[in-house]
Design a protein around this ligand. Sequence first.
Ligand SMILES: NC(=O)c1ccc[n+]([C@@H]2O[C@H](COP(=O)([O-])OP(=O)(O)OC[C@H]3O[C@@H](n4cnc5c(N)ncnc54)[C@H](O)[C@@H]3O)[C@@H](O)[C@H]2O)c1
Length: 262
Amino acid sequence: MKPQDRIFLISGGVSGLGLATARSLHSAGAYVSLLDLNADSGAEVVQELGERAKFFETDVSDTDSIAAAVEGTVAWVKDTGKSIGGVVAGAGVGLPGLIIDKSNTPLALSSIDFVLNINLHGTLDLIRQTLPSITTNTPSGPDGERGVLIMIASSAAFEGQMGQVAYAASKGAVASLTLPLARDLSKYGIRAVTIAPSLFESNMTKVMGAKVRQGLERVMEFPKRAGQPEEFARLVMECVENQMLNGTVLRLDGAMRMPSKL
Ligand SMILES: NC(=O)c1ccc[n+]([C@@H]2O[C@H](COP(=O)([O-])OP(=O)(O)OC[C@H]3O[C@@H](n4cnc5c(N)ncnc54)[C@H](O)[C@@H]3O)[C@@H](O)[C@H]2O)c1
């Protein structure tokens, strides 16, 4: 699919990997609908991108909040006469915690729910609510494509570290749902692809302690550095444009495999 003149909903689209994706799609001529909690960054990004960018203050763990953002984007579809090309579900959080701590207290359920609600529930709900506006697109190209869904898992989907049970569960679930999602949607000409990055520069990783960061950099193979958000966005663009990418999880990690602890 060519991104030009199509609208993409991008959750977490005003920071890190989501923002780099928004910039790449926008510079390829797409319209970007940015869904994020952070209204200040939202206003800045819309000012930076100018035309063809809209921000909706959204909490992806709140189904009504997603509904309002999808409704606003659908109104934009009507105003512009463009169609929705797809979703990039980038909103995500990490909240480390051992399943049982030194004082024999189990991890709080609220902490597990917080992560699952944003990373898993929020991803599925955004896709679920946007789909009726994609299945009704006029099919395009020789294959009759209608749209593409791109999700973000993590290396933690495969080798979660100590303290990552909730995060790994959320990202493993996103990886697992990719194939059935593609299978459900194949009859509509809609693809589903998940990208699983290792360590990438972003606001999420900026707050890591020096020990954790150096530990991760030490186990990197090549290149021995964190990925740049633009390198992530390049793979998103390939996922949008390459129709043979479907129902799969693509690791983007420079061969890094996370050890149990750092
Ligand atoms: N950066 C990495 O090293 C890395 C590695 C693997 C996976 N990931 C995943 O990539 C995705 C993007 O992360 P990032 O590194 O760009 O982090 P980031 O913190 O820079 O961006 C995440 C964005 O999500 C938004 N967000 C958080 N909770 C939200 C909610 N409830 N509703 C709406 N928006 C919300 C934040 O406001 C922020 O703008 C996440 O899913 C993360 O788990 C990141």
